[in-house]
Design a protein around this ligand. Structure first.
Ligand SMILES: Cc1ncc(COP(=O)(O)O)c(C=O)c1O
Length: 395
């Protein structure tokens, strides 16, 4: 049996007709960039996330870059984020001209560990005469970027307390977390809607995927949204008048039209991913493997939320990761490693001066985690085959 990590063709099979009609409508309109489709999709995201503003952009990477630019974060500033995330989180900080500061993760959730943020600030930052926090390198500490990795929200209550205490902005990297929920200050909130701003990626493999690159920023502040709209279109307002230097971060009409067709299905897709995760859990328990490998944590399961986890990825952990993976390849099962290196180990960030060993939990995760096939249409038969193959490995 061949089991892919993800199969996007299954999803298209059920939505081919409305997607083709949406694409046709865009061609017939003759408008391809930043038009009514983008506006309608932005509105739909506002409703879905219960926020007043959404700004469609060209990718998740550009969403973060535009956000940092809009918040005035750049040269001379520093931003805290996790060492265990996709490159783009830190890449955008660096491209904005600021310094990425990494902290370690919680080994159970793989998300940034709030106490590690606090420890870093207490140990390595000092308050200047004007109350600004300065790092040892002299940069002004401006923001925290928590990443809701694999579709599970970070501990946002803790992060909020820290950001309030130290007067830092919170920008949520919800690239992998659209629809994930968290009981924020006792109220249900969606990923991306708990900080100054948040953003999503609609890269095709994401839970809500476009037919190419696309992204979205959400926020509550009207001025910030206005600035983002200007920045995404070369900093232009009115036409051919440039007060600020922006970029080409615009969202295409075709992508917005396709995403608008898909969005109403997102809740049922998230539920199907959760059901698949539960089934994996039951199968691992049946085979006695739950004691040999760590299954994904679901810490908000009893918090009365619908989307306590949206399983963008289903990630298990074992010290035998590489051998398990090789065995699964032989059985026709595709898996992935997110991520093989901590960001502090990436060559391009060597100028930051980190060393191997700086973030032990991140480094352990890079050696031990393995993403198994996960998508809403994954069959129980395929899942049983995956678990049986892992059981076979452990004998
Ligand atoms: C955690 C994280 N941040 C940022 C991004 C960047 O998004 P995009 O690929 O749309 O630029 C991604 C997506 O791959 C991601 O997984």
């Amino acid at each position: 049996m061949r089991i892919p990590l993800l199969d996007l063709r299954e999803q298209y099979r059920t939505l081919a007709e409305p997607i083709q009609a949406a694409i046709d409508a865009v061609f017939r309109s003759g408008r391809f960039i930043l038009g009514p489709q983008v506006e309608a999709f932005e509105q739909a995201i506002c409703t879905y996330c219960d926020v007043p503003h959404a700004v469609g952009v060209s990718s998740g990477t550009d969403a973060l870059l535009a956000l940092l630019m809009a918040l005035g974060i750049g040269q001379g500033d520093a931003v805290i984020t996790t060492a265990y995330t996709f490159f783009a989180t830190a890449g955008s900080i660096a491209r904005a001209g600021a310094k990425p500061l990494f902290v370690d993760i919680d080994p159970i959730t793989y998300n940034i560990r709030p106490s590690a943020i606090e420890e870093y600030i207490e140990k390595d930052c000092q308050a200047g005469s004007n109350g600004e926090l300065k790092t040892r390198g002299g940069e002004k500490l401006r923001a925290i970027i928590p990443v809701h990795l694999f579709g599970l929200c970070c501990d946002m209550d803790e992060i909020h307390q820290i950001s309030e205490h130290y007067q830092l902005d919170v920008v949520e990297d919800a690239a992998q977390g659209i629809g994930a929920e968290y009981l924020f200050g006792g109220r249900t909130a969606k990923a991306g809607a708990m900080g100054e701003a948040g953003f999503f990626s609609f890269y095709p493999s994401k839970n809500l995927g476009a037919a190419g690159d696309a992204g979205m920023i959400i926020c509550r502040d009207a001025e910030l949204a206005k600035e983002l709209r200007i920045l995404r279109d070369q900093g232009m307002e009115p036409r051919y008048h440039h007060r600020v230097i922006g970029g080409n971060f615009r969202l295409d009409e075709i992508q917005a039209a396709i995403l608008a067709v898909k969005l109403p299905h997102l809740e049922s897709w998230s539920a199907a991913r959760r059901a698949a995760a539960d089934f994996y859990g039951a199968e691992f328990a049946r085979t006695g493997l739950a004691k040999k490998i760590a299954l994904p944590a679901d810490p908000y399961r009893d918090h009365g939320l619908t989307n306590h986890h949206i399983y963008h990825q289903y990630v298990i952990r074992t010290a035998m990761r590489d051998a398990v993976r090789e065995h699964l390849v032989r059985r026709g099962i595709e898996t992935a490693i997110y991520y093989p290196l901590g960001l502090h180990e990436q060559k391009c960030f060597s100028y930051l001066g980190y060393e191997k060993g700086d973030f032990p939990e991140t480094e352990r995760a890079t050696r031990e985690t393995l993403a198994l096939p996960m998508y809403p249409e994954l069959t129980r038969e395929a899942q049983r085959y995956v678990v049986d193959a892992i059981a076979e490995f452990f004998g």
